[in-house]
Design a protein around this ligand. Structure first.
Ligand SMILES: Cc1ncc(COP(=O)(O)O)c(C=O)c1O
Length: 367
C-alpha cells in the first residue's frame, strides 16, 4: 500500500489556504491514522508543517507517538479508562475531561508523579456521545476544576453530529450553544488556549465556527465526505493498495473454488488467485459477494476469499501473467477504486472500511 506524501502535503496546504494562517490545524491521526500509519504521519505533520498538536482517540496511541519521538502536544479525544491515567500523566498527554470522578483520579495521579496534568473540557452540545451537559452541569464542572491544583485546563471543544450532511441546521444549533458555554467558562476566569469545534467536514463549510483551531482527520488524508458542498477544496486521494497474481487457472463447468466449495463454475471461467485475503483487513463481504479489483485496466469481480488469498474472475482481461499487479484501491487505466466506491457497494462507512486494514499490509510512503 502506497501513501503519497506529496498529495498529503498538498491537501494540508489546501486546508491551510482555506482557513487562513491564524487558525491551528490539529491533524486527527487516531486508529493508526485511519489505517495510513499513525507514527509515520505524525512525524510527517510535525516535520513538514510544525503542527502544535495532534489528536488521537486513545492514550496508548499517543504513548506510541511519544515513544517514537513526537514532541508536539498530543490530545486524546475519547474518554480515558482509569487504568490509562498513569500513562497519560507520565507521557504528558492532554486528555479530555467531562466527569468529576475522572478529574479526581487524574489530579491524584498527577500529584503522585509530581506533575500537572493538562486537560480539555468536552462540551456535549447535542451528539450525546461524551461531554459535559451545558448550563448548570458545565458551570459546576468548571468550578470543580478550579479547585484542582494538579490540573490545568488548556481548552474546550465540542463535536458535530452531522457536519457531513446536506443540511447544516443541527450543527449550527450546536455551535450557538457552544459559543454561549465558552462565554460562561471565560466568565469564570478560566483561560482557554484551544477552542475548537470543526472536524474536516465542518472545516470546509463552517468558517464562523473555527474559533482557535480545526480538527480534520479524513479531510487531510484525502477524503472530503461532505454532501454540501461536494469536493470544494479539491482534496485528493493519496492511497494506492496493490497485491499480486500468484496463480492463473481455468475452471471447467462443475469445478468448484475455495473453502466449502464456495463458487461453482457454470461455464469455463478463468481465475486469478491473488495475494490478499480478508486477513489483510479487506472487508470480507466485498470479497465474497461480488466486489471488484482492477487488473490491466479492467474491472474484475471477486469470486471468494480465504484469510490470505482471494480469487478474481479474469475472463476477457488481456495479458494477465504471474505476478501481475492487482489494484485494490487507486487507479489503473481508466478506472479508479476509492473507499467511497467501497462505501457505496457495501453500505458501510468508508472510515470503517479504511480503518480495518491490517498492519501486515506494508505501508510505503512516497516522498
Ligand atoms: C472529536 C473528533 N474530532 C475530529 C474528528 C475527525 O473527524 P473527520 O475525520 O471527520 O475530520 C473526529 C473523528 O471522528 C472526532 O471524533
Amino acid at each position: 500500500m502506497e501513501v503519497d506524501l506529496k498529495i498529503l502535503k498538498a491537501n494540508f496546504e489546501r486546508v491551510r489556504a482555506h482557513i487562513g494562517p491564524d487558525i491551528d490545524i490539529i491533524p486527527i491521526l487516531k486508529g493508526n491514522a485511519y489505517g495510513l500509519g499513525g507514527i509515520e504521519l505524525a512525524k510527517f505533520y510535525v516535520d513538514e508543517f510544525d503542527v502544535k498538536m495532534i489528536g488521537n482517540a486513545q492514550v496508548w496511541e499517543s504513548v506510541e507517538m511519544r515513544e517514537a519521538g513526537i514532541n508536539c502536544e498530543l490530545l486524546v479525544l475519547g474518554g480515558v479508562p482509569f487504568n490509562n491515567i498513569p500513562a497519560a500523566v507520565k507521557y504528558s498527554i492532554q486528555t479530555t475531561a467531562f466527569e468529576q470522578e475522572y478529574v479526581d483520579l487524574l489530579d491524584e495521579e498527577a500529584a503522585r508523579q509530581g506533575k500537572v496534568a493538562e486537560i480539555q473540557i468536552k462540551i456535549n452540545t447535542g451528539m450525546n456521545r461524551i461531554g459535559v451537559k451545558p448550563g448548570e452541569d458545565l458551570l459546576s464542572f468548571v468550578k470543580y476544576l478550579k479547585t484542582k491544583d494538579n490540573i490545568k485546563v488548556r481548552g474546550a471543544f465540542t463535536h458535530y453530529a452531522s457536519s457531513h450532511a446536506k443540511e447544516h441546521s443541527f450543527a449550527t444549533q450546536q455551535f450557538e450553544l457552544f459559543k454561549q458555554e465558552i462565554e460562561e467558562i471565560k466568565a469564570e476566569g478560566m483561560e482557554l488556549d484551544y477552542i475548537h469545534t470543526c472536524n474536516g467536514c465542518a472545516t470546509v463549510w463552517f468558517p464562523e465556527a473555527y474559533c482557535t483551531a480545526v480538527r480534520p482527520g479524513n479531510l487531510l488524508l484525502g477524503y472530503d465526505y461532505n454532501k454540501n458542498p461536494l469536493d470544494s477544496l479539491g482534496i485528493e486521494h493519496a492511497v494506492t493498495w496493490r497485491c499480486f497474481v500468484t496463480q492463473i487457472k481455468m475452471l471447467q463447468p462443475g469445478d468448484t473454488l475455495g473453502y466449502d466449495q464456495y463458487f461453482t463454475a457454470t461455464e469455463p471461467t478463468k481465475v486469478a488467485t491473488i495475494s490478499m485475503g480478508h486477513g489483510d483487513g479487506y472487508y470480507r463481504p466485498m470479497l465474497m459477494e461480488g466486489g471488484h479489483a482492477l487488473i490491466n485496466g479492467k474491472k474484475c469481480k471477486f469470486l471468494g476469499t480465504s484469510m490470505d488469498q482471494s480469487y478474481l474472475a479474469i475472463d476477457g482481461v488481456p495479458d494477465v501473467v504471474l505476478n501481475n499487479e492487482v489494484t485494490l484501491l487507486g487507479k489503473d487505466g481508466d478506472y479508479e477504486i476509492t473507499p467511497f466506491d467501497w462505501r457505496d457497494f457495501t453500505g458501510q462507512s468508508f472510515v470503517f472500511l479504511n480503518s480495518i486494514r491490517n498492519v501486515r499490509v506494508k505501508r510505503i510512503y512516497l516522498k
